[in-house]
Design a protein around this ligand. Structure first.
Ligand code: NDP
Length: 330
C-alpha cells in the first residue's frame, strides 16, 4: 500500500466551498473495518452538488466527496471480506458524513460493501453507479406496482441524464415501449440507440399541470420533479404508477390529488442511499441480468480524478450525456 495517495478534498472556508486534489496518508482516513484500494468512481448529479457546494450534501468538512466507489479490498478486520475481494459501494452516507470515492484509498464499514457482480468490471459497475442502481430501483418499484409492458407505454424524464439513460436501456430491454422526454433534441439518435421508441421534448411536460390530462402512460420514471412530475402524474393511465427519484427541475410538486382519487394512480418514492442491503443485492442481480453492457458502453465516458471539479459543474448545467466514470487507481 502506498504511504501517500491522492484524493479530492472539499473544504469550507468561511462559507465558500473549494474542491481540489490533495495528498493524504492512511491515518487521515475515517474509521472503518475495511480498506479498499479504489480503482473507479463516478460523477452523479449529487456529486455535482457536493463538489460545487451548490446544495448542502456535505455534512462535515473537510470531506472527500464521491458517493460511489469500486475497487479491491486491501485489508479487512471483518471476516465478511478478505484482501483481494472486488467490491463496490453506493451511498450509505459517503460524501455526506463519511469520506467517499474520489480517493485512491477508502476506509469504510463492511456492512456497506456489495460484492462486485461477476457480470461487471469495476469500471462498468461505476458506469452504472448510484444513477444506474437507482434506475433499477425505479424499475423494481414499477414491477411491484404491476406496471407490465402489456399495460402501455412508459415515459422516462431527464432521459439523456445518468438515471434516465440507464432507465431507458433497462425498460426497453424488458420489453416496454419507452418514451424518452429530453430537453436535448440532438440526443434523439443516442436515446433511440438505447432503445427509446419515441422522443418528446421536455417542454411538453414542463408547463403548469392540469389536475387531469389525457391518459398517456402506464408507468414512468421521473428524475426531474416539480411541474414535470405533476404533468406525468396527471397523464398516467388508470392504475398507473410513477417512480419518482429526482429533482433536476426542482423540489416542489405542484400537483392535484385528482389522478390519485379518480384514476387510482400511485406515486412511488425512490431512495437509494440507505436502501436495505437485500434490495440493493436484488437490484445489482437484476442489473447483471437486464442491462445490456453494449448500451452501458454507449452511454459512458471516462475521466480522471483531476477532471472531477469541471465535471461537477457540467452535470449541474445538464451538459453531461449518460454516465461519467472516474479512473482513479491502477
Ligand atoms: P443527470 O444530470 O445526469 O440527469 C438529470 C437530467 O435531468 C439532465 O440530463 C436533463 O435531462 C434533465 N434536466 C436537468 N435540468 C432540468 C430542468 N431544469 N428541467 C427539466 N429537466 C432537467 O443527473 P442524474 O441522472 O445523476 O440524477 C438525476 C436526478 O435523480 C437528480 O435530481 C438526482 O439528485 C436524483 N437521484 C436521486 C436518487 C435517489 O436516491 N432518490 C439517486 C440518484 C439520483 P435531458 O437533457 O434529457 O432533458
Amino acid at each position: 500500500m502506498k504511504d501517500r495517495f491522492r484524493a479530492i478534498m472539499v473544504r469550507n472556508d468561511g462559507g465558500t466551498t473549494r474542491a481540489g486534489l490533495e495528498e493524504l496518508s492512511l491515518p487521515d482516513l475515517m474509521d472503518g473495518d475495511v480498506v479498499v484500494a479504489v480503482s473507479h468512481s463516478t460523477v452523479n448529479y449529487k456529486d455535482g452538488l457536493a463538489v460545487t457546494g451548490r446544495a448542502p450534501v456535505v455534512r462535515k468538512f473537510p470531506m472527500i466527496p464521491g458517493i460511489d466507489l469500486a475497487g479491491t479490498v486491501e485489508t479487512s478486520s471483518n471476516p465478511k471480506f478478505k484482501p483481494g475481494d472486488k467490491v463496490l459501494i453506493n451511498g450509505y452516507g459517503l460524501s455526506e458524513n463519511h469520506f467517499g470515492g474520489y480517493s485512491e484509498f477508502a476506509r469504510v464499514n463492511a456492512d456497506w460493501l456489495v460484492p462486485l457482480p461477476a457480470a461487471f468490471s469495476p469500471a462498468e459497475a461505476m458506469a452504472i453507479g448510484t444513477a444506474g442502481y437507482t434506475a433499477m430501483l425505479c424499475v423494481l418499484a414499477l414491477e411491484d406496482a404491476h406496471v407490465t409492458p402489456d399495460k402501455g407505454p412508459v415515459v422516462v424524464t431527464g432521459a439523456a441524464g445518468g438515471v434516465g439513460s440507464v432507465a431507458v436501456a433497462l425498460l426497453a430491454r424488458l420489453g416496454y415501449r419507452v418514451v424518452a422526454s429530453t430537453g436535448r433534441p440532438e440526443e434523439e439518435a443516442y436515446l433511440k440507440g438505447l432503445g427509446a421508441a419515441e422522443i418528446i421534448p421536455r417542454t411538453e411536460l414542463s408547463g403548469a399541470a392540469k389536475p387531469l390530462a389525457k391518459e398517456r402512460w402506464a408507468g414512468a420514471v421521473d428524475t426531474v420533479g416539480s411541474s414535470t412530475l405533476a404533468n406525468v402524474i396527471a397523464s398516467l393511465s388508470y392504475g398507473g404508477a410513477v417512480a419518482a427519484c429526482g429533482l433536476a427541475g426542482g423540489m416542489d410538486l405542484p400537483a392535484s390529488v385528482a389522478p390519485f382519487i379518480l384514476r387510482g394512480v400511485s406515486l412511488l418514492g425512490i431512495e437509494s442511499v440507505y436502501m436495505p442491503m437485500t434490495r440493493r443485492l436484488q437490484a445489482w442481480q437484476r442489473l447483471a441480468r437486464d442491462l445490456d453492457v453494449k448500451a452501458l458502453a454507449a452511454m459512458t465516458q471516462m475521466i480522471s480524478l483531476k477532471d472531477v471539479p469541471k465535471a461537477a459543474e457540467d452535470i449541474l448545467a445538464g451538459r453531461i450525456r449518460g454516465r461519467l466514470v472516474v479512473e482513479i487507481g491502477p
